[in-house]
Design a protein around this ligand. Structure first.
Ligand SMILES: NC(=O)c1ccc[n+]([C@@H]2O[C@H](COP(=O)([O-])OP(=O)(O)OC[C@H]3O[C@@H](n4cnc5c(N)ncnc54)[C@H](OP(=O)(O)O)[C@@H]3O)[C@@H](O)[C@H]2O)c1
Length: 279
């Protein structure tokens, strides 16, 4: 019998990450569920099963804790899902002084992937972005600590654009050692909207109609992680109108993401910011 694949999912206690973990486990994988809240993680794991599951504490808002977490992972990882995310929180910074969304959604996952890099040979690394990345209008390197201004939606879009640049640059630098692909879930009902005010949330519901369940929002990432024929640099989202709902299909990659100089600049920044140099 083949050894089960080992998958590591960040933000696995909730929403899409939990459904990704559930589906990978159902497919026979040994799943490491990472999250920052032990109780929530345990409850999430219990909802899946008992065998082939581990829970580990990971706070992506701290480079120190990411290093501590990675030091506890000694096995080879076949599937890494960089899924955890925070959206439009009140202005706040990571332990290392970066704007929280940029720090957690992108920089934390850059650091995590780097720490685990020696264990990722032959792996698929799937990074979760959002259709919002298209609204970023570039990365302002003078404002990554929100030292000039803070606009919650703009910083979310920038963090998700950074995820796209990361996914693509990892593909350029690390292929064929690993396969780096991306996904976005369309509009999915999860706790991600916890920081939205009621008015904005209701306006979004009016615009989008009924949101998809998390089990459906998980499908593009699951496709990127497991489907045959996926290539490095591929990016998947729902196949419906405006990529909002539906089932996995190739999603739009803008010229701003294909821009190699932008990818190199972000990679260089992340190397210096974290001190983690790879590949
Ligand atoms: N839902 C959508 O419509 C939608 C659309 C586009 C993109 N996305 C992306 O999909 C991904 C999953 O989000 P979701 O919708 O499933 O939302 P969710 O239910 O809020 O899940 C987000 C996960 O990220 C974790 N997380 C947040 N900050 C963290 C930190 N500092 N360290 C470690 N983990 C942290 C959360 O942990 P806690 O439970 O402890 O907070 C939670 O497990 C995110 O990357 C999000 O940007 C979602």
């Amino acid at each position: 019998m083949n050894k089960p694949k080992t998958a590591l999912v960040t933000g696995a206690n909730s929403g899409i990450g939990l459904e990704i973990a559930r589906a990978l486990h159902a497919g026979g994988a040994h799943v490491i569920m990472a999250g920052r809240n032990a109780e929530a993680l345990r409850a999430a794991a219990n909802s899946i099963g008992a065998d082939r599951l581990e829970t580990r504490i990971l706070d992506l808002a701290s480079l120190r804790q990411i290093a501590d977490f990675a030091a506890t992972i000694d096995q080879k990882i076949d599937i890494l899902i960089n899924n955890a995310g925070v959206m439009t929180p009140p202005q706040s910074l990571t332990e290392d002084g970066y704007e929280l969304q940029f720090g957690v959604n992108f920089l934390g996952h850059y650091a995590l992937t780097g720490h685990l890099y020696p264990q990722l040979e032959g792996a698929r690394v799937v990074t979760m972005s959002s259709g919002a990345y298209k609204q970023a209008g570039g990365i302002d390197y003078n404002n990554l600590r929100a030292e000039i201004s803070y606009n919650a939606y703009r910083e979310y879009a920038i963090s998700k654009y950074a995820d796209m640049l990361f996914m693509m640059q990892l593909h350029r630098l690390a292929s064929p050692y690993l396969l780096s692909a991306g996904a976005h879930p369309g509009v999915t009902a999860t706790a991600l909207s916890r920081h939205m005010d009621a008015e904005t949330y209701n306006a979004a519901l009016q615009q989008f109609g009924e949101l998809m369940p998390a089990s459906q929002g998980a499908l593009p990432a699951l496709y990127a992680a497991t489907a045959p024929g996926v290539k490095g640099g591929d990016y998947f989202g729902p196949d419906g109108d405006m990529e909002l709902k539906g089932y996995p299909a190739p999603a739009e990659i803008t010229d701003a993401v294909k821009n190699e100089a932008a990818g190199q600049q972000l990679w260089e920044f992340a190397r210096q910011a974290t001190g983690i140099i790879y590949p």
